[in-house]
Write a protein that binds this ligand. Structure first.
Ligand SMILES: [Zn+2]
Length: 1150
């Protein structure tokens, strides 16, 4: 009775607050002065203002109505439960399905209408060049352009430069892949160190010489091996502008498969290294080799204060079009940018490649003659059969004229009279002779050209920034500002083709095992960074830092660098040689193990009830991790927790920055188990068998699944006690459909297994939100019916196989060259289906020869229960030249439009283009893809980057793995034959659209809903279970850890909390980088009863009081990679982020 009274009072209070806030909101709408500004004196605009205001009022009223009804629901739930059964004890209904009673706590979710405005757009400026439109309008014909095969003849008059000289910057560079044909170390030892070693004296010989370098990973390794004198010389070369470090990332990352967490992390790692060791801040971006370009990169570079960037691998037809329209240089703007604040100047290289034959001008036969490494007698020559000639007094006039003709033609493709001519290739300048050959011969050419005033040319060596600076100067603008007359572009440059129909869309999926491992490592790195920073801050707060294992910081540094290395465009892409892949795999696994140590060490300190008892002993770790991987190419295996006579404890870590309710599954050695919360409250558990195959149960291993509510970024405790709690231990039921297969099925006294020998009819699983139908024959999804709708949605999944062509060009690591449309996967034997039903989740496992697909439905309120959890364990090692696809067919009228994410950061609308071959319509999917019509949106969330398309109305299709027996002639020299057993994980979310309209759907931008964002984060940052390593009879008291004093707004994502390096590289400093991202989201999707507690705040976060028990001592907003302070340190701890923006803050926590 007392409880009931409290609940009523509490409910009434919430109701009053809601009513009051409704009043305040209405009041604000009426009195907000800014809303009067556009009124003017014209009656028509007054009417429209009035109309607007009424609409806003209606919207507010509706919002508040919803909030109040939510509160009512919650209060009802509260009252109902006050006298009812204990929390979350599920029961069976008469029809046999499980019901989990509503939780005795209100869930509250509210978005203020202002926060919905951003996704509605309207304020964004239209850009001249919209890539979506460009590709819709381009014919994509492949007309022979003469010497410039993919271009056209370029006419000019020698007098074109009479009024203003042509200014030429020749940029010597060497492209060093941190792993491709050789491993990183082998490249370093055999090639890269020689390049850098000879660079120092060769640049010193002549102050007019220049050199450009991009890969800090190699540079940092070399730095470790050179003496102080050489280091000083390098600093001088950087200081006087002879050596430019461009971009300054740890690697030149792949832009298709990489996630923005890792992109930013490797950029920070590189920039921090450069600042500390060279004292330099990169100004220009240089990306000559990534296989297509993402618009996330210009955003990240702009926010790192770079003022110009260069890209190269763009579809040849787009290059030709841009060359013809003088659009190869543009301001690159984000599609969602309302005020041009994301603009960065971008130079697109016009020709086929970044090598010397394709950089001096349109004719490779001529340009090759100016690659003096190919002088006769050398190891390489010109495939166009005309060799270079050394420049002498006798031939200089003729040679210079030939080269100038190319320069002039190339220059005609650009708007300014400044010309960029890169001079380099892969692993160039590794011998002193090559430096001499290039520098001497070019200097002679320059000297001659510059001595002839009537030629109106001024040629010199330069860096990329020298070029940009000259261009800015000529056009009369400050670096970074839009030069007058240059176009603005938005969109991205996927998918890439370098010639014919050779689309580089295979690498979106190549080696999916490692694409998945990459993301696992990423989630662990983020988790480890955050927990390490928090633990360190708390030890600082308690004066216990000297007892903490600070050596963990070097493990973090190594992991950052290994994850960074893997973002390289031959690593995460799956385009390196087999031995190199193993080298990457070993590095990733080593760092995964290290990060688990960092996490368990931090968690150990943070969960101790009495910090006075803290003692770190490296030989007897307090916590362990719940899973292990035996080798770099093995899938993880979950540890079995042994329960004997005394209780065991498990610490749960929620790396998500929102509170979550998730099912945690543990393996234990006994079915006699009682699971208690930290406070000792007994919890209901779902007990399931542990299966080693479709029909075999592993003896003496049991899966215990517990719904756990975990604080944001926090740690909770579960107690595992021996003994039986018959009321709360709820065994799953199992049904196996053998489809006539002669297999013996394990028997078990606890889990009655029903075996169905013959075929079976379709069946359904359901939870409070939906009923999901499966085919009784295939075990795959058929349809979904939402609980509140009469209509069923088709959701038919099937496996398909692509073959490759019989012609000479076949699919390989880079290219997807299918032999036509996909054919259905036909298994030799029918699948065995195993259907498990229990109180907290139910699942269907379909066992095929080449895959096992698990579709799981969680019976929980909120995010977990609202989507389908799908995992596909794929093994195609016995296939020959086949690619396996998963296709979802719906009745959504998508009409050729689909949406894919870029780097998990933003959404890019796509159009299926009939004029292009099938393979051209595939796009990278690092985080999600969706299709929609005015009623529904179906989003496929992924936990690993894969290639995706929508080839027909209502379809989404993803390539799961590819096995290809041959090279595809892009230099790798191998096929893809080292396939692994790979587990691809997805979440499928069907949402109802509430405010869809055609105008908006046609815009070049789109956003996921908040539920979709949260679903993606649940999928990508699973709960980590850390069993207390040894039995702890009467041991230390463990207490849950809640780092955040208040929840973050729903749309603010804590991307990282990254402890910065101290003066001593091996130690952490007292400064931490806090990186926040305010996500853009679409309110036009239903968001009722989502079961989570957060609101939006117009981008405001009160940092001062965010971290419980810690003080924020100092707060400095900085550029993304911390190289520039933005404004002065602020006394105010209240910060503000605009939608979509990522902001970095340097701060002291302690
Ligand atoms: Zn490369």
């Amino acid at each position: 009775m007392k409880l009931k009274k409290q609940v009523t009072v509490c409910g009434a209070a919430i109701f009053c607050v809601a009513v009051f806030s409704l009043y305040l909101m209405l009041d604000r709408v009426q009195h907000d002065p800014t809303r009067h500004q556009n009124g003017g004196n014209f009656p028509r605009s007054q009417i429209s203002v009035l109309q607007n205001r009424i609409e806003q009022l209606e919207q507010l009223l509706e919002e508040n109505h919803e909030i109040i009804s939510h509160i009512k629901d919650s209060v009802l739930e509260l009252t109902a439960n006050a006298d009812g059964p204990p929390a979350l004890l599920p029961y069976h209904t008469p029809n046999g399905s499980w019901v989990v009673p509503p939780e005795p706590r209100p869930s509250f979710f509210s978005i203020s209408p202002q926060d919905c405005q951003f996704a509605l757009g309207g304020q964004g400026q239209k850009t001249e060049l919209q890539m979506l439109t460009v590709s819709e309008e381009l014919p994509f014909d492949n007309v022979d352009g003469g010497v410039w095969k993919q271009g056209f003849d370029i006419p000019y008059s020698p007098h074109d430069w009479d009024s203003e000289n042509l200014q030429v910057f020749v940029v010597p560079h060497s492209h060093n892949d941190p792993g491709w044909i050789k491993t990183f170390d082998k490249y370093y030892t055999e090639q890269t160190q020689h390049i850098l070693n000879s660079m120092v004296p060769k640049l010193q010989e002549d102050p007019r010489r220049r050199f450009l370098w991009a890969e800090v990973s190699f540079f940092a390794k070399w730095w470790e091996n050179i003496n102080a004198q050489k280091r000083a010389a390098v600093r001088r070369l950087v200081g006087n502008g002879q050596l430019e470090i461009a971009t300054g990332g740890w690697v030149m990352p792949d832009e298709a498969n990489s996630h923005y967490f890792a992109l930013i992390d490797q950029l920070i790692e590189g920039h921090q290294w450069l600042e500390k060791n060279l004292g330099v801040t990169p100004r220009s971006g240089w990306a000559v080799d990534p296989f297509g370009h993402s618009s996330t990169m210009p955003y990240l570079l702009r926010r790192s204060n770079l003022t110009g960037m260069l890209i190269q691998r763009v579809h040849y037809a787009v290059k030709k079009h841009f060359a013809a329209t003088h659009s190869l240089e543009f301001m690159w703007r984000q599609t969602w940018d309302p005020d041009a604040s994301t603009d960065i100047f971008c130079h697109m290289m016009p020709f086929y490649s970044y090598d010397v034959p394709h950089t001096c001008g349109p004719d490779p036969k001529i340009c090759c003659q100016f690659d003096f490494k190919r002088l006769p007698g050398g190891r390489i020559n010109c495939p166009w059969k005309v060799p270079p000639r050394a420049i002498t007094e006798t031939n200089v006039a003729e040679r210079a004229a030939l080269l100038l003709d190319q320069y002039r033609k190339k220059s005609k493709l650009f708007r300014s009279n400044v010309l960029l001519v890169p001079l380099g290739d892969d692993f160039r300048y590794d011998k002193p002779q090559e430096w001499d050959a290039q520098f001497f011969n070019y200097q002679r050419l320059f000297d001659f050209l510059n001595s002839q005033p009537d030629l109106h040319v001024q040629a010199q060596f330069g860096t990329l920034s020298d070029y940009f600076d000259a261009l800015y100067k000529k056009t009369g603008v400050e670096p970074g500002v839009q030069p007058p007359g240059f176009p603005v572009l938005s969109g991205d440059f996927f998918s890439y083709a370098d010639r014919e129909d050779h689309y580089w869309t295979g690498y979106y999926t190549s080696r999916p095992f490692y694409k998945s491992l990459d993301r696992v490592l990423e989630a662990h790195l983020r988790g480890a960074e955050i927990l390490f920073s928090l633990a360190l801050a708390h030890t600082r707060h308690s004066g216990l830092t000297n007892q903490y294992p600070l050596s963990d910081y070097t493990l973090l540094t190594d992991a950052r660098r290994n994850l960074g290395l893997f973002q390289h465009h031959d690593a995460i892409t799956g385009t390196a040689k087999e031995a190199v892949v193993v080298d990457y795999g070993v590095r990733l696994l080593r760092s995964l193990v290290s990060l688990k140590q960092v996490i368990t060490n931090a968690a150990h300190y943070l969960v101790l009830g009495d910090k006075g008892t803290y003692q770190f002993d490296p030989n007897t770790p307090f916590l362990s991790m719940d899973d292990t991987r035996l080798t770099q190419d093995a899938l993880p295996e979950q540890t079995v927790i042994r329960i004997d006579s005394s209780p065991r404890f498990v610490v749960l870590f929620n790396p998500l920055d929102q509170e979550r309710l998730s099912v945690v599954s543990l393996l234990i050695n006994s079915p006699r188990i009682r699971v208690l919360s930290e406070e000792g409250q007994p919890l209901a558990v779902q007990l399931s068998a542990h299966w080693s195959s479709a029909t075999d149960i592993v003896p003496d291993v049991y899966q215990v699944s517990v719904p756990a509510r975990l604080p944001a970024l926090g740690l909770s405790i579960l107690q595992l006690h021996p003994g039986l709690d018959g009321r709360r231990t709820l065994p799953s039921s199992v049904r196996i459909h053998l489809h006539g297969r002669q297999l013996s099925v394990s028997k078990h006294e606890i889990f009655p297994v029903r075996v169905d020998e013959a075929g079976s009819s379709d069946f359904a699983l359901s939870n409070r939100y939906m009923q999901v139908w499966f085919s009784g024959q295939t075990g795959l999804l058929k349809s979904v019916k939402r609980a509140d709708e009469a209509q069923e949605h088709r959701l038919n999944t099937e496996f398909l196989i692509y073959g490759t062509r019989t012609s000479k060009d076949k699919s390989g690591a880079y290219l997807f060259l299918p032999d036509g449309e996909a054919k259905p996967y036909v298994p030799k034997e029918p699948p065995v289906l195993r259907v498990t039903e229990g109180p907290f989740f139910s699942e269907v496992v379909a066992y095929y020869q080449h895959m096992q697909q698990v579709v799981r439905l969680y019976n929980l309120p909120g995010v977990e229960g609202l989507s389908l959890d799908i995992s596909s364990l794929v093994d195609i090692r016995d296939h020959v030249n086949k690619e396996l696809a998963l296709r979802i067919q719906t009745d959504i009228e998508s009409e050729g439009t689909f949406f894919t994410d870029l780097n998990g950061f933003q959404i890019q609308p796509r159009r299926y283009l009939k004029k292009l071959p099938l393979q051209a319509n595939f796009y990278p999917m690092p985080a999600m893809a969706y299709i929609q019509d005015s009623q529904s949106r179906l989003t496929l969330h992924t936990a690993q980057a894969l290639g995706v398309s929508s080839l027909n109305n209502g379809q989404l299709e993803v390539i799961l793995d590819r096995r290809l027996m041959q090279d595809d002639n892009r230099g790798l020299g191998q096929g893809l034959k080292d396939n692994k057993r790979t587990c691809n994980r997805f979440r499928l979310l069907l949402e109802r659209r509430t405010t869809a309209n055609k105008v908006q759907d046609g815009r070049p931008t789109s956003f996921p809903s908040l539920l979709s964002h949260l679903t993606s984060m649940h999928l990508n940052t699973p709960v980590m279970a850390l069993p207390v390593a040894r039995e702890q009879p009467g041991g230390p008291t463990l207490r849950s850890f809640q780092p955040l004093a208040s929840s973050l707004p729903c749309d603010i994502h804590l991307l990282n909390l990254r402890t910065l390096q101290a003066e001593d590289d091996k130690l952490p400093s007292s400064e931490t980088a806090l990186i926040l991202h305010r996500k853009g989201f679409d309110c036009g999707l239903e968001a009722k009863n989502l079961g989570f507690n957060c609101t939006t705040s117009q981008g405001k976060v009160a940092l001062g009081s965010l971290f419980q028990g810690l003080n924020v001592g100092f707060l400095q907003p900085t550029s993304l990679t911390l190289l520039y302070a933005l404004g002065s340190p602020s006394n105010s701890m209240d910060i503000h982020l605009e939608p979509m923006e990522i902001s970095t803050f340097r701060l002291h926590l302690g």
